[in-house]
Design a protein around this ligand. Sequence first.
Ligand code: ATP
Ligand code: LTN
Length: 344
Amino acid sequence: MENCILICYYLVINTKLESMKIFSGIRPTGDIHIGNYIGSLKRWVEIQDEEDCIFCVVDWHAITTPYEAKTLQKNIFDLATTYLAAGIDPNKCTYFVQSQVKEHAELAWLLGTTIPVGELQRMTQFKDKSLKHKDNITAGLLNYPILMAADILLYNAEAVPIGKDQKQHLELTRDTAERFNSKYGNTFVIPEPIIPEQGATIMSLSDPEKKMSKSDNGKGSISLFEDPDSIMTKLMSATTDSDKDIRFDAENKKGISNLLTIYSVFSKKSVKDIENEFSGKGYGDFKKATAELLIESLRPIREKKKEYEKNPDYIWSELEKGANKARKIAEETMKKARVNMGLK
Ligand code: ATP
Ligand code: LTN
């Protein structure tokens, strides 16, 4: 009996020792869509039991593109309730709002002194967003990846679950950490990306050449909280090709391949099995089945969100507890980074 207790104790300690440090965040820029969910949030929920996870509402990132000051707090609250509705458990991980831990800004400043401007100007997201907001290209937008690097490096994260569009920013984070470590001595852990094999980029339903994005939340995007009628309408009008086969071909049949990916993720069936199931059927049948699957899969998330919304005190108090936990780790990393750079 005693041996058994010892073995269990050893296993618990060992599992903890082996767990990986994870950090990730989403910008509170509006209702999140199924692309954000598949590319990022869903994975967070799956790994929170085994890994040592920190999930953040990255509000300082949300103000780098035009936004309404009056609605920012609502967006932060909405995203924080979305995390919980999707299955994030604050008892299993650390959950907080970025601006509540000032060390993010301090580390971003220090890292900024080590990053060549050319590297920031080369970032695809900077180029895309600069084109979209031509009259408002701020230093904040350019420096965004420095803040993202600070978010990750502050917590010694070994892995970062993200969609494919953020891979370039993670590479910049790695380069920044390596450059800093070799110039000022070993300070930061070099993080790896965790990008889902399936659904790394969910495409827009109306234009399958473009990624689904919060900022284009028209016909192309399905919010996690979209009402059933609207899901059905958007799916039925999704852009597909003029062919008839329901077959995965990411090059030539982008629209149908995107729908197959969505169907596969939510049904947990392989693409091959879905192709067989729908063989001989038309695009209309497949679109309708995809809409019905989405409506049923998103229903519990929508219902849980409504429940959490009734209890804002709980949400804000969990976020505050999380910020206190996060701050302790961030303060330690900052001490090391300051001293290594010759600051006090
Ligand atoms: P915005 O339009 O405001 O830039 P966004 O839809 O690109 O928003 P983010 O908040 O930038 O969303 O991204 C949150 C997470 O979702 C990131 O990990 C990102 O890689 C992932 N993600 C965003 N869009 C997609 C997509 N279409 N498919 C898969 N993952 C995605
Ligand atoms: N840049 C990311 C959001 C983000 C993030 C992070 C993701 C900010 N800080 C740290 C992972 C880790 C985006 O635009 N989706």
